[in-house]
Design a protein around this ligand. Sequence first.
Ligand code: ATP
Length: 380
Amino acid sequence: MTEYKISLIPGDGVGKEVTAEGVKVLKAASEIKNFNLNFIHYPFGSEHYLETGDLIPEDALNEIKKTGAIYLGALGDPRVKPGILEQGILLKLRFHFDQYVNLRPVKLLPNLPGYLCPLKNKKPEDIDFIVVRENTEDFYVGIGGRIKKGTAKETLEIRRELYKLKFDLDVVTDADEIAYQIGVVSRRGCERIMKYAFETAVENKREWVASVDKANVLTSIYGLWRETFDEVSKNYPEIKTEKLFVDAAAMFFVRNPERFDVVVMPNMFGDILTDLGAEIQGGMGTAPSGNINPGGVSMFEPIHGSAPDIAGKGIANPVAAIWAGSMLLDSIGEKEAAKLVMTGIEDVLKEGKVKTPDWGGASKTEEFGNAVVRAMKKYI
Ligand code: ATP
């Protein structure tokens, strides 16, 4: 029987509660579909950091490298300064394993409480597309700086002397300060993300790939982005393409989400539009994400945080985490098991009996996980 090793990092707060249900559901799916999942638990997160000062050590990264994928809960703790856990663990993992794709399915699940989706009259078949966000380049490469702080005073002092002007220098001290941030994309980086987007379309039997950019204004970087999109698209003649400026794309996300199949976008626009995507599918609590390196170790997580306000109460909604688990199964090649998990989630939602409080029910996190397992077992 095939066995997969999976690194499990439950992390903080509700991350622990929702991944516990995810593990339960994934294990049940593996039993039904005849393969073995061996979860290797890692304690990284706020508790571990506060106790040991360690975020994620090098030898752990080497061990994780030998596993098939990473299943992550959430990171965040009011006792730890914002940014430390995110940069020290989450971004560390993303960069170490060069997870250059941020994969975000935007799909309205069936029978969600009506108030969750802010779009009027949209049904699950209307909101069902896949965002492929480039995860390593663009304006997030860290090239930037602030210069000329305080220099205005010197310049103005000279002018005041030269032209015998009268004005108060203290008011204008930092007036000449400038800041800059540089966006960078590489041909290699564009090619690999475009290829991933087209392959995603082929694999999911989708007809269209749309590329998002702002090539009319940021002509250099998004010029290269566009050029590469056109070049890579030639290898996929059966897939239709369109190129959209980000402002138009934002409009269509809200007005006509049904026009999208697969949408590929650079890092910064992707950062913004994927949150818009999460909102139209019912809010942060519903959305999963994959940080993917197709040839390496990928990581799957719900996009919500540690939710300290409800942590420990056993009422967190595990849907996004279980869905992220389904994406993990898909990535390791267990496609049927991945589909079974999604069918399980959808059947429980359609039945509508088991719902956590955020969706207007009174069920516990654990009850939702159990219900998904029961629903999947009907397909044995
Ligand atoms: P962090 O600092 O870790 O990002 P946060 O509370 O600022 O935590 P989120 O964890 O994303 O950010 O939570 C935002 C809101 O959504 C909170 O009110 C939280 O209770 C709620 N929430 C988040 N995840 C869930 C979930 N899985 N089930 C139910 N409610 C959730």
